[in-house]
Design a protein around this ligand. Structure first.
Ligand code: GTP
Length: 401
């Protein structure tokens, strides 16, 4: 496979300290670190990178005001990870950057891929090094408040790929983690686009099973009141649908008259009844959601977002972590059981074969052991001579030379 050598300092060479610690090997997990990890996911152009920049500046500024005497490093309360290999400008200074490890354009050339295949393959290559990244994050997690991951806009590349799942579960088993799903509010004013965003959000929430925050971004351009109303009041959403065109911005949302173009006939009936059924299905999802409205440009709503992250952390500790603990315990118990069984088998072999060590001991496979069992004593053809471990001389049966 082609080499894509790191060109920056973000990913250090593999050494003993870079083994991911992940969940504890004992039955109890280590204390959760100070940091909460936030995975920013959202459609292309929803404003993830701009939002990540706003988060980084906001957390740093408030902390810096409170601690004027601290050094620049100590003031930084947000650790930024960029997972988008194709981004040109991030709008923040990434501490770990996929672009330092993988050259997206070279990947496209070498593997003869298009842009999306290039992003996916770059993410896959990066994931093979994620254990090193995770060990850095685990160390940083003791010092900073937030670790923000900015993901590619091609949403399915992260949410439905093996590498996205590996990164998400590795992160979530190392530290409190939540998902922030960023929505482009001005582009969600049509009932159909609103619904497709909600379906995406719902599928990601159920796939990751992590605490979830819905972030309505760009509220400086379009307030999000219509969306929160559609989520809490089924009839309000129906009224928007009944305007006649589910794929155009609703006048309820924009406060402007609609285009007047109404879908008619079977087509309109099908779309409306599909939207209605989906809205009913999503009702349960809406009731479990944490929603915040922000503007990444003006910074409005960011304190509410940080509050939501604190709640998400509490939810992780109350719901997700006990499940991790249970899994870690089950794994440790299974390992202990296997060890005990192997020991019992070894003892059995030793009884059958006298003091001579069995071939079916440590290092042999279960198959070897089964083959040896019951036949070792019969097949033993030793002449009774044993070796003196001190002099290495062969002794006869009386123990003399
Ligand atoms: N008015 C306004 N514009 C915003 C806001 N957030 C982002 N934008 C703009 O939206 C556009 C897309 O923002 P990005 O941050 O690049 O979006 P992204 O989701 O990271 O995009 P991808 O990398 O393609 O996934 C840019 O032009 C931003 O300036 C906001 O809160 N208000």
């Amino acid at each position: 496979m082609a080499q894509f050598p790191p060109s920056g300092p973000s990913v250090p060479p593999i050494d003993g300290s870079s083994v991911p610690s992940g969940p504890s090997s004992s039955s109890t997990l280590p204390e959760p670190p100070k940091a909460t990890s936030i995975l920013l996911i959202g459609m292309a152009g929803s404003g993830k990178s701009t939002f990540a920049g706003a988060l980084s500046r906001s957390a740093t500024t408030s902390e810096a005001v409170a601690s004027k005497s601290k050094s620049k490093d100590e003031e930084t309360q947000t650790y930024m990870v960029n997972l988008d290999p194709a981004v040109l400008k991030t709008g923040y200074e990434p501490n770990v950057d996929i672009r330092d490890t993988v050259d997206y354009k070279r990947v496209m050339e070498e593997y003869n891929l298009g842009p999306n295949g290039g992003i996916l393959t770059s993410l896959n290559l990066f994931t093979t090094k994620y254990d090193q990244v995770l060990s850095i994050l685990e160390r940083r997690a003791q010092e900073v408040e937030y670790i923000v991951h900015d993901t590619p806009g091609q949403i399915e590349i992260f949410t439905w790929s093996a590498s996205g799942s590996i990164i998400t579960s590795a992160l979530a088993s190392s530290m409190p983690t939540c998902v922030a799903y960023v929505i482009d509010t001005p582009r969600t004013t049509a009932p159909a686009t609103f619904m497709s965003n909600m379906l995406y959000a719902c599928s990601i929430m159920y796939k990751t099973r992590l605490p979830f925050i819905l972030v309505f971004n760009k509220t400086d351009v379009q307030p999000s009141a219509f969306a929160t109303e559609w989520m809490s009041d089924f009839e309000a959403f129906q009224a928007a649908l009944n305007e006649g065109n589910a794929t155009e911005p609703s006048s309820v949302a924009t406060n402007r008259p609609g285009s007047g173009r109404r879908r008619t006939g079977e087509d309109a009936g099908y779309i409306n009844s599909l939207m209605n059924s989906m809205a009913l299905v999503l009702d349960e999802f809406y009731s479990n959601l944490r929603t915040v409205s922000v503007s990444s440009v003006t910074g409005e709503g960011l304190p509410n977002f940080f509050k939501a992250v604190d709640e998400a952390r509490a939810e992780y500790l109350a719901d997700y972590r006990p499940e991790l603990e249970r899994l870690a315990k089950a794994k440790a118990e299974a390992r202990d059981k296997k060890k005990k069984q192997e020991l019992e088998r070894l003892m059995k072999d030793m009884k059958m074969g006298g003091a001579a060590p069995s071939r079916g001991g440590v290092g042999s496979t279960a198959g070897d052991q089964e083959e040896d069992e019951g036949s070792y004593g019969d097949r033993y053809e030793g002449d009774g001579q044993i070796i003196d471990p001190v002099s290495s001389k062969t002794l006869n049966s009386e123990g003399t030379d």
